[in-house]
Design a protein around this ligand. Structure first.
Ligand code: SF4
Length: 720
């Protein structure tokens, strides 16, 4: 691959939601040097080991470089782009004509750039006329989205990374930040080094690397977070830490929410018993929270990936509302997103129940607004199927065509064997990918080669609402094309207008103009309160788009000077996006995980990431130094449980649930409580014997967000 530039290109790391800025340059020896961008506000020059190893992951080994179609014997044959696009467009058109728009689906990814995401949603929701488009972001942050919408009226993250450094106390819940968001953790560590009095509290069933810096670790029993935070809310309400002026002026719903919290969680001894934490530690945490004005509560997958995920999010937000700790420097609830562009996907309506520009599919006014703006023929008139239901519908034969982009659901979905059965019977499976040989792509009828990191152009939005450019510094390999372009080519072949863009900057401009349009016309009643706004980024030329500096939305432009301004912190004016302008307390009656351990499956499976791998390892798996950290999958468990169930450290064991089984090596990290096991999410059927932990995970989802319960599946274990 030839470099587009040898002097270094400023772009963004494609891994976690921290969204670090990087500089990438091809050296004379052909090696790609990657360094942190000192001027990017997210990381200020720092990079974690995954980001530093990016240059080792962009070779063409295993790349999908040409369109391919599976022949009658099941072999993939190289075809021209025209033939592949005709097959996809013709196949989708035929199935829609025979079975209606809801018989086709797209399953996309938080790895896509915002412009790819926007076009995919435009095609499905505005032209095909079905909202059966969901994303792997459903698996990581949809509970945070639902929680934000209930509390604030819109999916809004109140704080900036800078607030973590300004806080006097950072509470991390269900988040191994040290491994999963390393640069954020480094920022917290540096702030704590500068101000040793700053407190770090970690609430997590596991003793992770994040706990090494913590002043207190509460090893809460998995699934009991709502009890803990309802207890905190009750404590704050009755121990003098309630901000009455704030609550009266800027919130609604306290009465019901507090009554629910008081009913089960007013007694800290009872909460400590349920959460299995020391009551003195619990009371110490509650008192610290009550006494500390500047508190950030960061939460991640341990909160979101639960059948009560949305309530967990709201139980946390309730505590910030009752104490008035929001909208000011160094305080607020903070959803730490997993993927590089989970936030950008949310902005363009990437989830099956959302529309572009933070509008809702179940709101007729919003549907009209988007349809008018697009001038589109067939608007979806109801929310589509969320990820788990979407693959169930394929298995049931209701969805007959699926187009999967930049994700590997055969490995990452819960009850992943359903995905295998679904794809093996689906009439048309299309996969856009940079890699040819994944578990999922083995079932594709058509493979479309997409551009990867370093080759593609567009934008991503990180966890603090900061839009950054991803820029190409390598030429496109083989015949690979940008995802947005591939989708437009299919849409045009399906006979749709509105997909003829001059370049990726034009796609971004349409996305920005839609946010502006939504806020603009006074006839669009009820929209004046909405916060997501890219007014200041409309009308950019290609050159201006190329030079776009990282900026946090909402982005406004001064009418007189033309100056463009981003927004570091939301709710400084204490105006929320609900019609009454107030934030809402949400009553969160505590409930446990859907499936509890029993005699047959006595242990609780928890899943998550390891420090140096990303998702299903199609990229990080290429780097030898990243593989050195954890070379194979493992089952981490307590030594006494290992003794009890007859498995030895270092030996292979089979771990089974009602849904599936896998084999991995037993280890004792010392961080796992009795009764639990932890298995990483990364390994697949491609990297070992079938090591897909997703095959074991129960497919139970949160009733509001549809996010699966990855952190709590009953399992058994035996020597292999
Ligand atoms: Fe990339 Fe996340 Fe590491 Fe930053 S912290 S370099 S975004 S993986």
């Amino acid at each position: 691959q030839a470099p587009l530039s040898t002097v270094g290109t400023k772009t963004t790391c494609p891994y976690c939601g921290v969204g670090c800025g990087v500089r990438a340059a091809m050296q004379a020896d052909g090696v790609i040097a990657v360094t942190g961008d000192e001027l990017h506000p997210a990381n200020k020059g720092r990079l974690c080991v995954k980001g530093s190893a990016l240059g080792e992951t962009v070779d063409l080994d295993g790349r999908l470089l040409h369109p391919k179609v599976r022949d009658a014997d099941g072999a993939l044959q190289r075809v021209s782009w025209d033939a592949a696009l005709d097959k996809v467009a013709g196949g989708l058109r035929d199935i829609i004509d025979r079975h209606g728009p809801d018989s086709v689906a797209l399953y996309v990814s938080g790895q896509l750039l915002t412009e790819d995401y926007y076009i995919a949603n435009k095609l499905m929701k505005g032209y095909v006329g079905s909202a059966n488009i969901d994303t792997n972001s459903r698996l990581c942050m949809s509970s945070a989205v639902a929680g934000h919408k209930r509390a604030f009226g819109e999916d809004l993250v109140p704080v900036s990374y800078e607030d973590l450094e300004l806080a006097d106390m950072v509470v991390l819940v269900g988040s191994n930040t040290a491994w999963c968001h390393p640069i954020l953790f480094q920022r917290i560590a540096k702030a704590k080094e500068n101000r040793p009095e700053m407190k770090l509290i970690v609430i997590d069933p596991r003793r992770t690397a994040t706990c090494e810096l913590a002043d207190m670790h509460l090893p809460v029993k998995a699934g009991t977070d709502v009890w803990l935070f309802n207890g905190l809310m009750s404590f704050l309400a009755h121990r003098g830490a309630r901000d009455n002026a704030f609550v009266d002026a800027h919130t609604s719903g306290l009465g019901e929410a507090l009554a629910i919290a008081d009913a089960d969680c007013a007694d800290p001894h009872e909460v400590a018993r349920i959460c299995k934490v020391d009551v003195n530690d619990l009371l110490a945490f509650y008192q610290l929270f009550a006494d500390t004005e500047k508190v950030i509560t960061g939460f991640s997958m341990g909160v979101n990936q639960s059948s009560a995920g949305t309530d967990k999010v709201n139980s946390i937000i309730n505590c910030h509302l009752i104490s008035g700790r929001i909208g000011k420097p160094g305080m607020g609830p903070f959803s730490i997103t997993g993927q590089p562009n989970a936030m950008g996907g949310r902005e363009v309506g990437g989830l099956a129940n959302m529309l572009a520009a933070h509008m809702d599919l179940d709101n007729a006014l919003h549907r009209d607004t988007v349809q008018t703006f697009w001038g589109s023929p067939h608007m979806a008139d109801k929310p589509g199927l969320k990820a788990v239901d979407l693959f169930n519908a394929i298995e049931a034969g209701r969805i007959k065509a699926v187009w999967i982009m930049a994700t590997n659901p055969m490995v990452s979905m819960p009850d992943a064997n359903v995905v295998q059965r679904a794809l093996s019977k689906c009439e048309l499976v299309v996969a856009s990918d940079i890699v040819e040989g994944t578990d999922t792509n083995a079932f594709a009828h058509v493979l479309l080669p997409a551009l990867g990191w370093g080759e593609k152009d567009g934008t991503v939005t990180n966890s603090e609402r900061r839009i950054s450019r991803q820029r190409a510094f390598l030429t496109a390999p083989g015949e690979a094309r940008p995802d947005w372009q591939i989708i437009c080519d299919v849409a045009i072949r399906m006979g749709y207008r509105g997909f003829d863009f001059a370049g990726v900057h034009a796609v971004f401009d349409e996305h920005a103009r839609l946010s502006s349009y939504r806020n603009g016309p006074p006839q669009i009643a009820g929209n004046s309160m909405r916060v997501f706004n890219l007014d200041g980024l409309t009308g950019m030329s290609k050159q201006q788009f190329d030079q776009l500096q990282p900026i946090q939305w909402p982005v406004t432009r001064d009418k007189h000077s033309g100056d463009v301004t981003g927004t570091a912190r939301l709710f400084g004016n204490q105006r929320y996006a609900h019609a009454d302008g107030k934030a809402r307390f949400v009553a969160t009656p505590p409930r446990g995980p859907a499936h509890l351990p029993d005699e047959e499956f006595p242990l609780t499976l928890n899943t998550g990431r390891v420090r140096d791998q990303w998702h299903t390892m199609t990229r990080t798996g290429k780097s030898a130094r990243l593989a050195d950290h954890v070379p194979e999958s493992f089952i981490d468990m307590h030594p006494q449980d290992a003794l009890r169930y007859g498995v030895r450290e270092g030996s292979l064991a089979r771990i089974s649930s009602r849904w599936g089984a896998m084999v991995a090596r037993v280890q004792h990290s010392g961080g796992i409580a009795r009764g639990s096991v932890f298995v990483p999410i990364h390994w697949s059927n491609q990297t070992a014997s079938d090591a897909r932990v997703g095959a074991l995970v129960n497919p139970v989802v949160d009733p509001l967000s549809g996010e699966p319960e990855f952190k709590h599946t009953p399992v058994s274990i035996e020597e292999f």
